[in-house]
Write a protein that binds this ligand. Structure first.
Ligand code: MOS
Length: 755
């Protein structure tokens, strides 16, 4: 561990020069021979049936080629990723404004869009369900077989006797809103249909193997007949996890019917209207505590707006249930996490899978409790925080890599938590707010069956190392960490490593690129491959250098015989191996450890490992305008081992800014299912001026199962931010702010109420 030469360095990103100079060719920049364009035709009503499709006007558009719909699907009209509830093209029923009816294909993008707008559809409207409450309370006419899309629970201890033993029982309700991913590059793909019946996809996507499976099902093809290559991807954040399966499969149906490559690129309005978002949550917390702050019992209800189709709601409800009370010890707990169908765009995966919402609940709740007990919120957290040997809320004992307490202490020290004493007499009120979280790495017990990933490492005669991996680069810096881990494992310098674009033909199905999996999964797969490769490299070196293989070290591109001191270059060894017919290609694989978990009670090992973090927000609130200024976020993260510290800072800064947006400026609105904030003038992403100074604090408590001790950072970076901001604003104003976004309107309304 001490002997690392490449891991732990802040290497720059191999993809950075091309991306920052605009040379990277994203899908919009790519044209292929005979390519035509597809534009979606979708429901303009939130709920009902369509009776007729009239193409007369659409067909008159110059360049119109065809209209593709349910009847053109070769095999199965089904695209549901976990629950099979979503047709690829609506057959009769439409369940949200944006539900796909068909795809117009035309010679140009403009013609396709124009014709799509001219397709006339007659509907029989039904009364839509537009809120969680309406959906939950319905007794008939459900959107699917039932309105409950999915449910997860935790039942630990005895909740009633727990509340009996409590000195105080405190209740509060919290609400979190939609969040639109707003990846800068919209959904995009090109689908090719080959004469031999196979389908090829080039797409902006997160999960090549999801797309492969979806297209194979829709066509009734075996997986080897569907090749999926990831194009450079301009952001995803979970929004290119489920959605590309439908975008690519529809384009593929069109490509097959027409016999030409079909490109689909959503315009922004369609992207925002049609695709998934972060689930809105409404939450009820009832927590019993001792007067000294010890948590005794909690009864928690989380309710989620799933939208028209379940997509990844199952994951969101599982994760939010398992994380509902945060990184604290609590003997008795009862959680229900229910996801309800509504006639709104489907909610899906978004950085954290329901954890940011649950974290807002438990971290606001901790401050509400601290306020009631007249206790310092940090002291309340430290009193209950998970330590090595503690039990999580799902009764999992964590012995190693538990840095929760250290993240609180380090963030508090830098933020000068205990001495914060601002002048509150003026127009601006100041506040510090703390938020601590844990986050289960990878897919956990619910997704364990598919939680394995692979790499393929090929070494050329010249000593260049090609790495194919099954997860992907979507802007997070995966190429850099994969480069570093491979270089470290093989003892070569990073510039020898070429990370290949992800291609389903090059690596085994590695599951989805989600859940902060890349470093852990790919890193362990690299280690597996290198453990197979190293003995062969050393044995070959001993033949070439005529020495004992136990005396060989390979490090920083040099192969050394430690006894004689003789040294050769790595490339010389590779040249020798190539000429001696010694294999130089290896596959590495890693599956997460088996987890003992009972889905009925939600008790057991929910995840094999957890990342921990604490954010402290320093805010100023303008009491004249209601505007919240987030001046600084102190972000302490236990990452196990920092593979690339600069990469971690990048992830943390990105996550924090996205969290600031969700907590303050982003205010996603719909009117009867029509998104009324479909662009950047109405949906306010934080700009440089809105974002805070971010101080990243790296805590390293090595995870024994992680590669070189590492754990995930992609999602933990956003999870605590909104809670910290709301706690800071609540503290500044002396008002419990239990709902985000904290827009000036909302803050002023609260201020006026209390005057
Ligand atoms: Mo995701 S919510 O991209 O793990």
């Amino acid at each position: 561990m001490d002997d690392l030469s490449i891991i732990g360095q802040s290497l720059s990103r191999p993809d950075a020069p091309e991306k920052t100079t605009g040379k990277t060719r994203f899908l919009t920049d790519i044209s292929v021979k005979n390519m035509v364009y597809g534009a979606p035709v979708y429901s303009s009503i939130p709920y009902g049936e369509f009776t007729q499709i009239d193409l007369l006007d659409a067909e008159k558009v110059n360049g119109f080629i065809d209209f593709v719909s349910a009847k053109d699907i070769p095999a199965e009209n089904q695209i549901g990723v976990i629950i099979q509830d979503q047709p690829l093209f609506a057959h009769k029923t439409v369940r949200y404004i944006g539900d796909s009816i068909g795809l117009v294909v035309a010679k140009t993008q403009e013609a396709a869009l124009e014709a799509a707008g001219l397709v006339k559809i007659n509907y029989l409207e039904k009364n839509p369900y537009l809120s969680i409450d309406e959906s939950r309370d319905a007794i008939e006419k459900f959107i699917h077989e039932t309105n409950l899309a999915c449910h997860h629970r935790v039942r630990k201890g005895d909740i009633d006797s727990g509340f009996d033993k409590a000195d105080q029982i405190i209740e509060a309700r919290f609400k979190t809103p939609y969040q639109e991913h707003y990846y800068l590059e919209p959904q995009a793909c090109i689908a090719f249909s080959d004469e031999d019946g196979s389908i090829k996809i080039l797409g902006s996507l997160q999960c090549p193997f999801y797309v492969q499976k979806a297209v194979a099902n829709v066509f009734g093809l075996s997986y080897d007949k569907v090749l999926v290559e990831q194009a450079p991807t301009g952001g995803a954040f979970g929004g290119k996890e489920d959605i590309p399966s439908e975008v690519c499969a529809r384009a593929a149906v069109a490509a097959k019917k027409i016999g030409q490559p079909v490109k689909v690129v959503y315009n922004r309005r369609d992207d925002v209207q049609l695709t998934s978002k972060r689930h809105p949550f409404q939450m009820h917390y009832k927590v019993g505590v001792k007067n000294d702050g010890t948590l005794i019992a909690a009864k928690i209800l989380l309710e989620e707006n799933a939208g028209a189709y379940a997509t990844l709601s199952t994951v969101v409800s599982y994760r939010s249930a398992a994380h509902a009370m945060g990184p604290y010890v609590i003997p008795n707990i009862h959680v229900d996490s229910n996801s309800y169908y509504t006639n709104l765009p489907p909610a899906g995966a978004f950085r954290g899978f329901g954890s940011p919402q649950a974290a807002f609940g438990h971290e606001r709740m901790m401050d509400v409790i601290a306020d009631k007990l007249n206790m310092d919120p940090m002291e309340l957290r430290l009193k209950n925080i998970i330590k090595p040997g503690s039990q999580t809320q799902t009764a999992q004992i964590l012995n190693e890599s538990v840095g929760a307490e250290e993240t609180i202490r380090k963030a508090a020290k830098l933020a000068q938590w205990t001495s914060f004493d601002p002048d509150q007499s003026g127009r601006f009120k100041h506040g510090l707010g703390m938020s601590a979280i844990h986050y289960g790495n990878c897919l956990g017990a619910a997704g364990w069956h598919m939680d394995g990933s692979g790499v393929n490492i090929k070494i050329s005669a010249s000593g260049d190392v090609y790495v194919a991996y099954g997860l992907i680069e979507m802007g997070q810096g995966a190429e850099t960490t994969v480069t570093q881990m491979t270089a470290e494992a093989l003892g070569v310098l990073p510039d020898r490593i070429k990370v290949l674009p992800t291609d389903s033909a090059q690596v085994p199905d590695s599951g989805p690129a989600v859940a902060s999996r890349n470093v852990v999964m790919t890193g362990n797969a690299i280690r597996d491959a290198s453990q197979k490769l190293m003995p062969i490299l050393k044995k070959s070196a001993s033949q070439l250098m005529e020495c004992d293989e136990s005396n060989i070290t390979i490090k920083n591109d040099k192969v050394t015989d430690n006894q004689s001191g003789t040294e050769i270059g790595f490339h010389e060894l590779c040249d020798f191996m190539s000429k001696s017919n010694i294999p130089m290609e290896f596959t590495g694989w890693w599956h997460t450890p088996k987890l003992e978990y009972d889905a009925e009670t939600g008790i057991g090992e929910a995840y094999f490992s957890y990342s921990f973090a604490t954010h402290i927000a320093k805010v100023r609130v303008d009491t004249f305008t209601g505007q919240v200024f987030v001046d600084k976020i102190f972000a302490a993260h236990d990452v196990g081992k920092a593979i690339n510290p600069a990469g971690i800072e990048g992830q943390v800064e990105g996550g924090v800014v996205q969290g600031i947006g969700w907590a303050t400026t982003e205010d996603f609105k719909m009117d009867h299912g029509v998104v009324t904030t479909p662009n950047l003038s109405t949906y306010l992403l934080p700009t440089a001026l809105d974002s805070a100074e971010v101080e990243t604090i790296i805590v390293e408590k090595p995870e024994p199962e992680g590669p070189w001790g590492a754990k995930g950072i992609g999602e933990p970076s956003i999870i605590p931010t909104a809670g910290a901001i709301a706690n800071a604003v609540s503290s500044a104003l002396g008002i419990q702010m239990n709902e985000i976004p904290l827009t000036p309107e909302k803050v002023l309304t609260h201020l006026n109420k209390t005057e």
